[in-house]
Ligand binder design. Structure first.
Ligand SMILES: Cc1cc2nc3c(=O)[nH]c(=O)nc-3n(C[C@H](O)[C@H](O)[C@H](O)COP(=O)(O)O)c2cc1C
Length: 366
């Protein structure tokens, strides 16, 4: 059922606004979580051909991520430093309510001519909620709240006299002015359990999922597109991957081995324990981290599973396989961010575009 989109696959990168890099390992990582490093990285990514940057929201330390800059504020700083890059700010229902989020994002959208988007995350780390005095809801209740959050957000952004009666949020004749600039901020969501996929089909523009094989991605895509189609909607899909691109496959594999060998076992296990509150705590026991091994958890969104590890040619072929499985976007993490984002832009993106062009030509000829 999956149909490859004729659009070029989009590229996003994880903004390292949280310290410790994207792998829970003591391997040296040439990266930085500060503003100067990240502004420069955003400019490099924009020039390299990246479409989006995704910032992370985190309120307390987990798995060695000791320092965490706030996502919306950080996103605005990156937008101010770039011209075309779109930045996705992560928002956590609970600490945020739709009123504040709608207003904050509308202002940033106006200031940046529509380059801000949002990622509505539903929460997996109960210790974080306890630390900041937020009630910790059951897994599927978190998604029920996120769905209302998204409906309210979109309503406030698009309607005057917005009125809404939900179990979590209520509005009476509320008119936001100014509304966001065009194009309206896109609504991404993180999460891939049954509840997350159903929510994506009903309300999200984009569905983000953890790293996985093309076969497993295809199953999720088919499920979401089938349900979204029944509601007359379409949902785009972004897949996480940790990229290790090197001139030879041996070098790339050796880097992966080093990352795993130097993994911090206590931090990885502590993270694995907390992640049990995600999909594994849902009635179906599916979703992010539900079947992750120790090795998978070293990259905290299962990014090794996508296997973008090898030479630029191998990686470009595997990105095309993801696209054929229905992915619209590859969300990428790197060990040494600035230099590897540049290398990816120089060596991998042009190969992906060449493969896309060749396949489109073959299709036309057939
Ligand atoms: C690409 C992506 C980005 C995410 N970003 C964040 C984040 O910044 N902060 C956060 O607390 N959770 C984040 N999450 C976690 C999700 O919102 C969700 O809680 C988690 O994936 C569990 O989902 P599941 O139980 O539906 O599988 C992210 C997830 C994905 C896939």
């Amino acid at each position: 059922m999956t149909q490859q989109t004729p659009e070029p696959i989009r590229f996003a990168y994880w903004v390292p606004n949280v310290s410790g890099g994207l792998v829970v390992s003591k391997i040296p990582q040439r990266t930085g979580w500060d503003g100067d490093y990240n502004r420069e990285l955003a400019r490099i990514a924009e020039t390299a051909g990246f479409d989006y940057a995704l910032t992370q929201i985190r309120f307390t330390a987990g798995y060695g991520a000791e320092y965490q800059h706030e996502s919306v504020a950080f996103s605005h700083a990156l937008l101010a430093a770039t011209d075309k890059l779109k930045v996705i700010a992560a928002i956590l229902p609970g600490p945020w309510n739709p009123t504040i989020a709608a207003k904050q994002i509308a202002t940033i959208s106006q200031l940046t001519h529509g380059r801000i988007s949002v990622n509505i995350v539903s929460g997996w780390f109960s210790g974080e909620f306890r630390a900041i005095g937020e009630p910790w809801l059951d897994h599927d209740e978190r998604y029920r709240r996120s769905e209302e959050f998204i409906r309210a957000l979109r309503g406030i952004w698009t309607e005057d006299n917005f009125t809404f009666r939900g179990d979590f949020y209520r509005y009476s004749n509320y008119t936001l002015k100014p509304k966001p600039a065009e194009p309206l901020p896109e609504i991404f969501q993180g999460g891939s359990s049954r509840a997350a996929r159903d929510m994506a089909a009903r309300v999200s523009d984009w569905y983000f999922t953890n790293g996985n094989t093309p076969e497993k991605i295809r199953a999720q895509v088919d499920d979401i597109r089938h349900k979204a189609g029944a509601e007359g909607r379409s949902v785009k899909v972004g897949v996480n991957a940790f990229v290790i691109a090197r001139d030879t496959e041996e070098e790339a594999r050796a880097v992966l081995q080093d990352i795993i060998d130097q993994a911090d076992p206590d931090a990885v296990r502590a993270f694995g324990h907390e992640a049990k509150n995600a999909g594994a705590a849902s009635p179906e026991r599916e979703g992010n981290w539900a079947n992750s091994t120790f090795e998978d958890l070293v990259q905290y969104n299962d990014g090794f599973r996508t296997n973008l590890i090898g030479t630029p040619d191998q990686i470009a072929e595997r990105i095309l396989a993801l696209k054929e499985a229905g992915a619209d976007l590859a969300l990428l993490g790197f060990l040494h961010f600035q230099e590897e984002v540049k290398y990816f832009g120089d060596e991998v993106i042009p190969r992906v575009r060449a493969l896309e062009a060749a396949r489109a030509e073959r299709k036309e000829a057939a």
